[in-house]
Design a protein around this ligand. Sequence first.
Ligand code: 5RP
Length: 221
Amino acid sequence: MNASPTADDEKRLAAEAAAELVESGMTVGLGTGSTVAHLLPALARRGLTDLRCVATSVATEDQARSLGIPVEDFDRLQRLDIAIDGTDEVTPDGWLIKGGGGAHLREKIVAAAADRFVVIADSSKPVATFTWPIPLELFAFGLESTLVRLGDAVTLRPDMPPSPDGGLIADYRGPGREDPASLMVRLEGDPGVAAQGLFPPSLVSEIFVARGNDVERLTIG
Ligand code: 5RP
């Protein structure tokens, strides 16, 4: 008897389905996390040519290069054909919480630059309403003053090194997650917040959710 698929099996399945969307010659944004770690070998196995890829973290960049996937700095490409990334949670209307790995600033810039932003997820990620804290990246400049303004609901993530852009990773655990649009505006309204981990449905094209041995494809935007 076959064992039932684990969360990691589901991540691999969703990632392999999304890898099929990439064609030779495309500009591609590569996300961060354990689901994306399955995307990269699937992409490498396809043997595509003339890909131009940007990575949202050093870990992704290192893994991609080790598999022969070319990665360049994100300073010359104006648009990306596609970006593929994981998520921490996704609601039925397509809101995401991202940044469990602290890469949400670059992940959001890459998602916003992509004509098609595809989210890959195992079956634990869809939720009726958010339960995760909202990851933040805070500017190092004036950090103590930012923390005072944001109050007790925000704590720096312990033992987390600064991001590649010099920001500090923190989490918001206060009220408002049932109304992500208002919370997003409120968090982004503080000048010390470089990025927050709520991704609106307008950024998201499709969500691939693996359940058991099947991949459900939801079109959002
Ligand atoms: C990193 C992220 C990841 O996409 C998110 O944390 C999901 O990770 P995983 O694929 O390991 O479950 O936003 O900043």
